[in-house]
Design a protein around this ligand. Sequence first.
Ligand code: PHE
Length: 337
Amino acid sequence: MSLDEFKAACHSLSTDGPALIAAAADQDAWASVRNMLVGRTSGRLSSIMATLAKLPPDTRREAGQLANTVKVELERLLDEKQIALAAAAPSAVAFDRSMPARATWRGSLHPVTIVIDEIAAIFRELGFTIALGPEAESEWYNFTALNFPADHPAMELHDTLYLEGGGLLRTHTSPVQVRTLQKYAPPVRILAPGNVYRRDFFDATHSPMFAQIEGLAVDEGINFADLKATLTHFAHRFYGATRRTRFRPSFFPFTEPSAEMDVEVDLGDGRGLRWVEIMGCGLVHPAVLTGAGVDSERYTGWAFGMGPARIAQSRYGIPDCRVLFDSDVRFLGQFAV
Ligand code: PHE
C-alpha cells in the first residue's frame, strides 16, 4: 500500500461519511452509520488504520495525521446528528405505562334531589302522583287564587321578583294546587316539587332561589286528622319511627286552620337535637277550592309546602345551606353512591 492509496481511501471516507450521516433518519440508522464509518472492529476507518503498518515507515506519520483528521471530523458530525435526532424524537415519557390509571368519575345526585326523590317515594306509596307548574307565574295563580288579600305583604316589591311585562317568579309551589284542581276533578292527591324565588339575601339559612315540595289531597270527608296522620307517617318514614314531631298553629291565606310542622333533628351545628320547622300546612281554604271550580260543600282537602333543602340539612347534618348551592364537587361527591 502506498501513501497515495492511503490518502485516496481517507478522501473517499471523508466525502461518503458526511452524506451517510446526514441521511440517517433515526437513532437506529445513526447507530449503523456510525458502526460502518468509525466502528472499532469493522468500520471503514478501522480498515484504513489497519493498513498504516504496511506503509513505508517515513510516510506513516503524515498518513496517521490525515486519518485522525478524518476521524475527528466524522465524530463531530456524528455527535451533532445524534443531538438533532434526540431533539426531534417524541419524548420517552409521553406514555408512561407504569402510571396508575385515573379513577373513573362517578356522578351523584344532588342531596336536595336525593331528598325530593325519597319524599316522593313515600308519598307515592300513599297514592300521590307528581304534578308540575311553571316557575314564571301570573299574579293570579301565585296570590289571588290562593286567597291573598290585595294588600298582603308577601306581594310587596321587596319580597317578590316581578317580571317585565307582567307576571312574576313564583314565591311558592302553592299555585300548582290551583292549576291541578282546575285540570282534575277530586279525588286529587299530588306532590309538586319545583323551584321558587324570593327577594332574599343569600346566607346560612336563606337563598333567593330554593326548592319546595307542595302536597295536596282533596276528597270527600278529608279533615285535619288526615293531615296530621299523613304528615306524621311521612316524618316517621323519613326520619325513623321514634322521631318526635309537633304541629304549631300558624297562618296562611290559603289554608284554614293552618299549622307549621316541626321535627326534632340534629342540624350538625353542634347544638344537638332541637325542633326544626320542616313545613307549613293546613286545610285548604274553601275560597281556594271554589276559585278553582271545586264544590267546597262536597269536597275538603289539606295541603303542605316543605323545603327539601332544609330537610336535606336535617337529614345529613349540614349547618350552612349555602353548600347546597355552591356546586363544589368536594362536598357533593360525598353523596355519590
Ligand atoms: N306556600 C307556603 C309557603 O311557601 C307553604 C304552604 C303550602 C303552607 C301549603 C300551607 C299549605 O310558605
